[in-house]
Ligand binder design. Structure first.
Ligand code: NAD
Ligand code: UGA
Length: 451
C-alpha cells in the first residue's frame, strides 16, 4: 500500500520503517530539513534498538523515502498518517498547531480520496477539527475531493518501540459510520492484516472513543506508578519492603505485575503531558479529575525523592560534596531526556553547592544539550560528563542511580567500594537487594526498602 507519514519523530519514523518492512511503499515527510538530510545520508535522529537497521534495509530496497516536499507527500499515500508532536500548551492542554498544520497541507494538495489517520495523541474532538481544517482548504480551491479521518493512537514505548510496533497487544482504530468510514475500514484492515494473523488484535470504535482510549491508557499507567511511589514513601517510614509488596499484589491477576515499580518518578514525553492534557479536557467540561491531579502532584514530588534522601544523609548544604550519577535518560534504551527525573536531581544537588560526575550509556550528548538549557552556566561547569560508569565514581561521596540501564545491574562492587570516598549508594530504581548490599558493606538507600 502507498502510505505517507507526516512527522518523522519517534512515532512517525518507527511507524514508517515498520510499515515499509512489511512491504508497503512509505513516504516520510518532515519540516525539519536536518532530520531529513540525516535520514537520507543513512543516519537516524534517535536512539532506538533495531530501528537503524530496518531504516537502512528499507531505504536500500526503495520502500521508504524521506523528504520535506509537502505536495509530493500528499500525492503519494492514500493513507496519510499524522504523527507530529502534540506538546503541552501554556495551560497544559495539548497544542494542536502541528496536527492542524499537517491537516491543512493535506487539504491544500489532495486531489483524490484520502484517509487521514491520526496517530498523534490528541484530545477528544480533534478528528472533527482535522476534518474541518481539510474541508476549509478544499472549499477554498473549489475541490470536492473526498476524505475521512480515522483515529489510530500509538501505544509503543521508547526503547522498545520496534518490538512494540511489530507485536502490538492491541490496535485501536476509530472511524465514522459513513460510506467513506467504511472505505477507510477496508484499507485499515488490509494494512494491519499482518499483525492480526494469529489472533485479532484490532478494536474498532468511533473516533472520539479511540482518541480517549489513548489518554485513558497513559493516565492509568501513570496512576499505577504514582500509587506505588506514594506507598514506597510510606514503606520507608514504616519499615516495609515495597518490592515484597509489589510481588504480593502483582500476583493477583486483577492487578498484574507490570508498571508497579516504585522509583524516581516517571518522565518522558508522554505521561506528564498526557496526564495534564486529560485533566485540562475535563476542566473544559467543568469536571475536576481529582485522581489525575494527585497523580501529577505525587510525581512532581517523587522526582525529588533522590535529592531528599541525599540531603537527609549529607545535610542541606552540599558545598564540597561530590556525587556520581548513573543514568540520565528518562528510562533505559533511549537518549530521550524529556522530563527526565535526572534533570530535577542534578538541579537540586548543584544548587546546594555539590559537584557531580555523570554517566549515561547513550544520552550524554542529549544531556549536555538539555542541561545547558536547564541550568545557569556556573552550575553546568560543575558537571563532569564521564566516558565510563566506573570513571564517574572517583572521589565521590556517594553513587546515585537514576536510570536502570542493564550495564548498571551487576557492577563490580569491590571496585565501587575502592573508588568511592565512602560506600554509599542511593538507588532510584531498586536495582539491588538491601541485604546483599549490607553484606557487601554498603550503606544502601533504595526507594521504599527500609526494612
Ligand atoms: P517527535 O517530536 O519525536 O516528532 C514529531 C515530528 O513531527 C518532528 O520531527 C517535527 O519536525 C515533525 N513535524 C512537526 N510539524 C510537522 C508538519 N506540519 N509536517 C511534517 N512534520 C512535522 O514526536 P513523537 O515523540 O514522535 O510524538 C508524536 C505524537 O505521538 C505525539 O502526539 C505523542 O504524544 C504521540 N506518541 C508518542 C510516543 C513516544 O514514545 N514518543 C508514543 C505514543 C504516542
Ligand atoms: C509510555 C507508555 O508506556 C506507552 O504505552 C505510550 O505509547 C507512550 O508512553 C506514549 O504515549 O508516548 P514511554 O514514555 O516511552 O511509554 O515509557 P514507559 O516505559 O511507559 O516509562 C515511562 C516512565 O515511567 C519512565 O520514566 C519509567 O522509568 C517510569 N516507570 C515505568 C516507573 O517509574 N515505574 C514503572 O513501573 C514503569
Amino acid at each position: 500500500m502507498k502510505i505517507t507519514i507526516i512527522g518523522t519523530g519517534y512515532v512517525g519514523l518507527v511507524t514508517g520503517a515498520c510499515l515499509a518492512e512489511l512491504g508497503n511503499d512509505v513516504f516520510c515527510l518532515d519540516v525539519d530539513q536536518r532530520k531529513i538530510d540525516l535520514l537520507n545520508n543513512g543516519g537516524i535522529p534517535i536512539h532506538e534498538p533495531g530501528l537503524e537497521e530496518i531504516v537502512r534495509r528499507n531505504r536500500a530496497a526503495g520502500r521508504i523515502q524521506f523528504s520535506t516536499d509537502v505536495e509530493a507527500s500528499v500525492k503519494h499515500g492514500t493513507l496519510q498518517f499524522i504523527a507530529v508532536g502534540t506538546p503541552p500548551d501554556e495551560d497544559g492542554s495539548a497544542d494542536l498547531q502541528y496536527v492542524l498544520a499537517a491537516a491543512r497541507n493535506i487539504g491544500k494538495y489532495m486531489d483524490g480520496f484520502k484517509v487521514i489517520v491520526d496517530k498523534s495523541t490528541v484530545p477528544v474532538g480533534t478528528g472533527d477539527r482535522v476534518s474541518a481544517a481539510i474541508a476549509e482548504e478544499l472549499a477554498s480551491r473549489g475541490s470536492n475531493a473526498e476524505f475521512t479521518v480515522v483515529s489510530n493512537p500509538e501505544f509503543l514505548k521508547e526503547g522498545a518501540a520496534v518490538e512494540d510496533f511489530m507485536r502490538p497487544d492491541r490496535i485501536v482504530i476509530g472511524l465514522d459510520d459513513t460510506a467513506n468510514g467504511s472505505r477507510a475500514h477496508d484499507l485499515m484492515k488490509k494494512l494491519y492484516a499482518p499483525f492480526n494473523r494469529n489472533h485479532e488484535r484490532t478494536y474498532w470504535m468511533d473516533v472520539r472513543s479511540a482518541e480517549f482510549t489513548k489518554y485513558a491508557a497513559n493516565a492509568m499507567l501513570a496512576t499505577r506508578i504514582s500509587f506505588m511511589n506514594e506507598l514506597a514513601n510510606l514503606a520507608d517510614k514504616v519499615g516495609v519492603d515495597i518490592e515484597a509488596v509489589r510481588h504480593g499484589i502483582g500476583s493477583d491477576p486483577r492487578i498484574g505485575h507490570s508498571f508497579l515499580y516504585a522509583g524516581a518518578g516517571y518522565g518522558g514525553s508522554c505521561f506528564p503531558k498526557d496526564v495534564q492534557a486529560l485533566e485540562r479536557t475535563a476542566r473544559q467540561y467543568q469536571q475536576d479529575l481529582l485522581i489525575l491531579r494527585a497523580v501529577e502532584k505525587v510525581n512532581d514530588n517523587q522526582k525529588r525523592v533522590l535529592s531528599r534522601k541525599v540531603i537527609s544523609r549529607f545535610g542541606e548544604d552540599l558545598t564540597g560534596r561530590h556525587f556520581a550519577v548513573w543514568g540520565l535518560a528518562f528510562k533505559p534504551n533511549t537518549d530521550d531526556m524529556r522530563e527526565a527525573p535526572s534533570r530535577v536531581l542534578l538541579k537540586d544537588l548543584l544548587t546546594r553547592g555539590a559537584t557531580v560526575s555523570v554517566y549515561d550509556p547513550v544520552a550524554m550528548p542529549e544531556a549536555q544539550r538539555v542541561l545547558k538549557l536547564d541550568l545557569p552556566a556556573v552550575l553546568v561547569e560543575r558537571i563532569q560528563f564521564m566516558d565510563g560508569q566506573m570513571d564517574a565514581l572517583n572521589e565521590a561521596d556517594a553513587l546515585v542511580i537514576v536510570t536502570e540501564w542493564k550495564t548498571f545491574r551487576s557492577p563490580d562492587f569491590d571496585r565501587i567500594k575502592a573508588v568511592l570516598k565512602a560506600p554509599v549508594i542511593f538507588d532510584g530504581r531498586n536495582l539491588f537487594e538491601p541485604e546483599v548490599m549490607a553484606e557487601n558493606g554498603f550503606e544502601y538507600h533504595g526507594i521504599g526498602r527500609s526494612v
